[in-house]
Design a protein around this ligand. Structure first.
Ligand SMILES: *[C@@H]1O[C@H](CO)[C@@H](O)[C@H](O)[C@H]1NC(C)=O
Ligand SMILES: *[C@@H]1O[C@H](CO)[C@@H](O)[C@H](O)[C@H]1NC(C)=O
Ligand SMILES: *[C@@H]1O[C@H](CO)[C@@H](O)[C@H](O)[C@H]1NC(C)=O
Ligand SMILES: *[C@@H]1O[C@H](CO)[C@@H](O)[C@H](O)[C@H]1NC(C)=O
Ligand SMILES: *[C@@H]1O[C@H](CO)[C@@H](O)[C@H](O)[C@H]1NC(C)=O
Length: 312
């Protein structure tokens, strides 16, 4: 009772401040006071007005005049938005104190780009609609919108990274244990297949995590569901090549007590673009999001640091 009263006072005072102060200088649209029925610090499910919905978490630090970053986290095939909130922990203030975290729900729990996804569902359009809705509804820093996802959601994160109509709105991409399905016209050769991606002119920052004990989306790639999954280092190198960073990397072995081999692109650490493409290969990790529960480090703070280094 007392809390909700405080919250509405807080919202009201911010709305008044928003009109009094030139809110346009804050980088977000004026009068973006939090809707009265929304509570910072608690995730809630919302519909986009059609038949799509998402789980959204407004951080408890949210102030309607301070632009917040916006982080999308896409679930894997067969999973729910709330599962993705659990595994990726972008609602956890320890990892993400100030960003708005959004966990969209895929139709039939899948995402565009996978062979099993419904071809008539346009998830890229869904993401664009959410971005335009959120930038109207909340105080969002449009130079700091990010995308991450697990498995099929990681594959979709890469699909977004390859789409020039949306990769100009999202500053950086973090696919985890991604399923990067490729339609093959000949036999599936995971280390040789060309990775299709018409990303446009933007040099796109990408950080990829994958376990070498993944049997669902194997590190070495394989034919699956009638399509071809690339070998993961080949997939990451393809990104580096596409971004103009070369195919060589600077490798750091045995990070996190031996569990991680990290590849940084380009290879030259004095290059201003050093680390624009990164890959964490995790020894012993299955088809999981790296965390202290699944291996011996958390991927999420590494992703947050990567996001923090890239703005549009
Ligand atoms: C965004 O979506 C919410 C939930 O459906 C809706 O209430 C709101 O009006 C939408 N805002 C805009 C600007 O489209
Ligand atoms: C947030 O993350 C920290 C670090 O992993 C963990 O100790 C804590 O339990 C998490 N908080 C919640 C609410 O899950
Ligand atoms: C695919 O999506 C379309 C459009 O929403 C829908 O009409 C159709 O029933 C869906 N197909 C399947 C197999 O779910
Ligand atoms: C593509 O790869 C899959 C999996 O190996 C295989 O079943 C299929 O025949 C291949 N497609 C073509 C056209 O060769
Ligand atoms: C980085 O280089 C090392 C050494 O050549 C190689 O084993 C590894 O596969 C490369 N990483 C990527 C992602 O290409």
């Amino acid at each position: 009772m007392a809390l909700s009263k405080l919250t509405s006072l807080f919202v009201l005072s911010n709305a008044l401040l928003g009109t009094a102060i030139a809110a346009s200088s804050s980088g977000c649209k004026a009068n973006a006071a939090l809707p009265q029925d929304q509570t910072p610090g608690v995730a809630f499910t919302q519909s986009d007005g059609t038949d799509r919905n998402y789980l959204i978490h407004i951080p408890s630090t949210y102030v309607s005049t301070t632009p917040a970053e916006l982080i999308f986290s896409f679930h894997g095939h067969g999973a729910k938005a709330s599962d993705q909130e659990d595994i990726s922990q972008f609602s956890n203030a320890t990892f993400n104190p100030n960003g708005i975290a959004v966990y969209p729900q895929g139709k039939k729990e899948s995402w565009q780009g996978a062979p099993y996804a419904n071809k008539s569902i346009n998830d890229i359009e869904f993401v664009k609609d959410m971005i335009s809705n959120f930038t109207e509804t909340y105080c969002i820093d449009t130079s700091r919108i990010y995308a991450s996802g697990m498995s099929n959601g990681g594959g979709f994160t890469a699909t977004l990274a390859c789409d020039p109509s949306v990769n100009t709105q999202i500053a950086a991409f973090a696919p985890v244990s991604g399923a990067y399905y490729i339609k093959n016209s000949t036999a599936c050769e995971p280390t040789a297949i060309e990775v299709p991606c018409d990303k446009g002119d933007r040099v796109v920052p990408v950080i990829e995590f994958h376990g070498d004990h993944d049997t669902t989306i194997p590190y070495g790639g394989e034919g699956k569901s009638g399509e071809c999954l690339p070998e993961i280092s080949h997939f990451v190198r393809s990104w580096s090549g596409r971004d103009g960073l070369g195919l060589e990397n600077k490798t750091t072995y045995d990070m996190y007590d031996g569990s991680v081999t990290r590849s940084m692109f380009p290879a030259d650490s004095s290059d201003p673009n050093f680390g624009l493409v990164q890959h964490y290969k995790t020894a012993g990790l299955a088809h999981k999001w790296p965390s202290m529960d699944t291996t011996n480090y958390d991927a999420t703070p590494i992703i947050m640091e990567f996001f923090g280094n890239h703005t549009l």
